[in-house]
Design a protein around this ligand. Structure first.
Ligand SMILES: Nc1ncnc2c1ncn2[C@@H]1O[C@H](COP(=O)(O)OP(=O)(O)OP(=O)(O)O)[C@@H](O)[C@H]1O
Ligand SMILES: NC(=O)c1ccc[n+]([C@@H]2O[C@H](COP(=O)(O)O)[C@@H](O)[C@H]2O)c1
Length: 249
């Protein structure tokens, strides 16, 4: 299925002006951030992750030119996962407030589960084919939370090839979640440890434990989710009667 990658929010800025003031002289690299997830529904935290990753990478001399949320396909079959159509639409509503984050619906439209390396490769290839950026100056980096990083170490959840590809060929920015000991996770796993220089762990000064599960739970109990996610997402969920009954699927 031909799904064009949206490019409208990519911004190359003025790379000299944006050079960090701490005298970092290494050549700036353009970064595109990618977050895969169910986004069932998207929350403020899903967009905050991009802001946190961008701040962290900018301070190291990288230049973040854009970001993509990649909602999972229905073939992911996670409990309570509502249709990709709704999740894509809500992710698009969530991204409206961002100057640089877009939605790539390619993964969501696949009839089988493509796996994160394929999502990252697809985004990188589309960007290179666009002619906007050269292979040497582009880095595509996965943004995730601690639970995803930890899942890389759970036997059977991923193949070693997938984890190595993600960490070595792309890189990971991990946003610490629920006070997780991410450093220990990296240290105690062979593949993560051998790629530790490509894994950046980021703490939010204001940690936020919002999760989609908790948002769904609030909705099903008739509780407010205002200030947990975007008003447009709330309006959409209300209009479409989403998550009212958690035993739906
Ligand atoms: N509060 C948070 N702090 C750090 N990372 C988060 C947070 N919420 C979500 N993430 C990360 O966002 C990515 C996409 O998450 P996902 O869509 O699975 O949301 P979730 O809140 O974990 O969902 P669910 O509760 O349905 O499992 C994952 O890498 C996840 O770790
Ligand atoms: N082995 C794999 O490739 C694998 C395993 C689990 C999750 N995922 C990814 O995680 C996303 C879903 O995330 P959550 O389970 O956090 O909602 C999907 O987009 C999928 O790409 C991939």
């Amino acid at each position: 299925m031909d799904t064009p990658l949206p490019l409208d929010k990519l911004s190359f800025g003025n790379i000299d002006q944006d050079r960090p003031s701490d005298g970092v002289t290494k050549k700036l690299k353009y970064v595109v951030l990618v977050s895969t997830g169910s986004f069932n529904p998207p929350t403020f935290m899903h967009l905050r992750m991009f802001e946190l990753a961008k701040d962290a990478l900018s301070s190291e001399g990288y230049y973040v030119i854009g970001g993509y949320m990649s909602p999972a396909t229905d073939a992911y079959k996670k409990k309570g996962l509502i249709s990709a159509e709704h999740r894509i639409h809500m992710s698009e509503l969530a991204c409206k407030s961002s100057s640089f984050v877009m939605v790539d619906s390619w993964e969501a439209k696949q009839s089988s589960f493509p796996g994160i390396p394929s999502v990252l490769a697809r985004i990188r290839n589309c960007l290179l084919e666009s002619g906007l950026i050269s292979r040497e100056s582009l880095r595509v980096i996965l943004v995730c939370g601690s639970d995803r990083l930890e899942s890389f170490t759970i036997p059977g959840a991923w193949t070693p090839v997938q984890v190595r590809t993600i960490c070595r060929d792309y890189g990971v920015v991990c946003i610490r979640r629920e006070g997780n000991d991410d450093e220990r996770i990296v240290f105690s796993d062979d593949i993560l440890n051998e790629n530790k220089d490509n894994i950046k762990i980021v703490d939010d000064l204001i940690p936020d434990q919002t999760s989609s599960t908790r948002v769904r739970e609030c909705i099903s109990r008739g509780l407010s989710v205002k200030y947990r996610t975007f008003d447009e997402v709330i309006d959409y969920m209300r209009k479409e009667h989403l998550y009212l009954n958690l035993s739906d699927k």
